[in-house]
Design a protein around this ligand. Structure first.
Ligand code: NAP
Length: 462
């Protein structure tokens, strides 16, 4: 018997579990998937936007893995806290695979970043996704104008949620408090701003196109700004995704040119429709405002391409008025207590998934997912990544399985002060969320607070 702990039940953790039990080279692998939250699925539950039902439905595949007879979900287990670190885990499991993702957001490092009204996009995502650590998020949705800094898929998600009507979101599992706040939103203009050109934006084309199909919002682009990008006129040499992005933007620019540009001032709201402005070649230099009244805008420096994929500043500035700023410039891994960490990349040093301590593979310690390779790629990217790590672990299995272990890992975790929520507890949460949805006349509605989740799981207080 080989007993493995996988830390984190997001895609990388679940794909790791799947790779470990779905092979025949090493029979009798038992996998315990531990998560700090009482709910499984990581960013599929707490990151994928609520209106992306198709991607969310991936939960069905992840669920099938967590219901495998040799996979055991243990939620509400806080690895790294209360003396449950790598050393203690190795006394209970032959091997530990850390699939803890990239838990925090990158910073801009510009003045005003921390002013009231300036938030990380990840905090906003957590709030509307019902992450229990974000239940009391307060975002100034009385704002008329919101700036989203960055042009990756997270930026597209938050811009789209701001531009959607509450009636559209009511059909999703957005928690009731967030839905109420979004229903009161007075946001009219959303500005999504990239520091480089449209051919270098990080969003994917499907996500970009979706912005052009929002029932209550219009996309506004500036043809002259897009034309600053040398690849805008001739995109033939670009990688496929960038080429397709440019084609979509070009289509929008031509539409605007045909109608003589959007009617009225660029930020004039016509017919109650919101406006979603895609801007490029603007580098944020300061979030404007003061501590008393909060954010009042963002100062950008106009940039131009430097011919080598980057940009240089021009010394010309543009202020975009906004009362809400969402910084969406990427996730960042955080150090795990007791594990080595490379602060420059925000990852754990490894070779093929084996954790390196002082440059040497550490027996029984592995990584997969964003903490292994950084916060890039789509959900499916985690599958080959997890397979590589599982292959390394299985190659080490003979050596690892020699260690004697206590009979019952769950009892050992309880002795370490943990109160695991097991699979039936999670099913209790699912049932409670479905019941809440019925009560509110909606579909499933997520429970957004720790106490509510633990009561639904039948697990008492935290
Ligand atoms: P991302 O794709 O890395 O995008 C980050 C954006 O922030 C880029 O536009 C980047 O511009 C910009 N940026 C970075 N530092 C900046 C600075 N100092 N000033 C101004 N702009 C700055 O990160 P993400 O959007 O957080 O997404 C993370 C991962 O999750 C990605 O792999 C993404 O595809 C994935 N994801 C996928 C979906 C989906 O499939 N629907 C949804 C959400 C997230 P530069 O390029 O110039 O650095």
């Amino acid at each position: 018997m080989l007993r493995v702990a996988v830390i984190g039940s997001g895609p990388s953790g679940v794909y790791t579990a799947q790779a470990l039990v779905g092979q025949e080279i090493v029979p009798d692998v038992e996998v315990y998937v531990l998560d700090r939250l009482p709910c499984p699925y990581g960013l599929v539950r707490y990151g994928v936007a609520p209106d992306h039902e198709k991607i969310k439905s991936l939960q069905h595949n992840l669920r099938a893995v967590l219901e495998h007879p040799r996979v055991h979900f243990l939620g509400n287990v806080d690895v790294g806290a209360g003396g449950l670190g790598p050393r203690e885990l190795r006394r209970v499991f032959h091997a530990v695979v850390y699939c803890v993702g990239a838990a925090t957001d990158r910073h801009l490092g510009i003045p005003g970043e921390e002013l009231p009204g300036s938030h990380s996009a990840t905090a906003f995502v957590s709030w509307y996704s019902a992450h229990p650590d974000a239940a009391d998020g307060r975002f100034p949705l009385a704002a008329r104008s919101a700036v989203v800094i960055g042009v990756g898929n997270v930026a597209v998600d938050v811009a789209r949620i701001l531009a959607r009507g509450a009636d559209e979101l009511a059909r999703t599992d957005v928690p009731q408090a967030a839905l109420g706040a979004l229903a009161e939103s007075r946001v009219e203009n959303v500005w999504m701003v990239g520091r480089r050109g449209p051919s270098q934006a990080k969003f994917t084309t499907k996500e970009l196109r979706e912005l052009g199909a929002l029932p209550g919002a219009d996309v506004v682009v500036r043809p002259e700004e897009l034309a600053l990008d040398p690849a805008f006129g001739d995109s033939a040499g670009l990688p496929a995704v960038n080429r397709r992005n440019v084609e979509v933007l070009r289509g929008w620019a031509e539409g605007a040119a045909r109608t003589g540009g959007a009617k009225g001032a660029p930020d004039a709201v016509i017919g109650g429709r919101r406006r979603l402005h895609l801007r490029f070649y603007l580098r944020p230099v300061e979030v404007l405002g003061d501590v008393e009244s909060g954010v009042r805008g963002v100062r950008f420096e106009r940039t131009v391409p430097d011919g080598a994929g980057g940009v240089t500043g021009t010394g010309q500035y543009e202020d975009v008025a906004a009362q809400l700023v969402l910084r969406s410039v990427g996730y960042k891994g955080t150090p795990q207590p007791g594990l080595p960490f490379d602060a420059a990349t925000g990852t754990v040093p490894h070779v093929e998934g084996r954790v390196l301590r002082d440059g040497v593979p550490s027996p029984g310690e592995y990584v997969a997912g964003w903490i292994k390779r950084g916060p890039t790629g789509v959900i499916g990217t985690n599958r080959p990544c997890a397979k590589q790590t599982a292959a390394a672990l299985l190659a080490d299995a003979d050596e690892l399985a020699r260690e004697p272990l206590p009979d019952d890992p769950v009892a050992a975790l309880r002795r370490a002060g943990q109160r695991p929520v097991r699979w039936p507890g999670w099913l209790g949460i699912e049932a409670a969320e479905a019941a809440l949805g019925r009560e509110l006349g909606r579909t499933t509605v997520k429970i957004a607070d720790w106490a509510g989740l633990l009561v639904a799981a039948g697990g008492g207080g935290r």
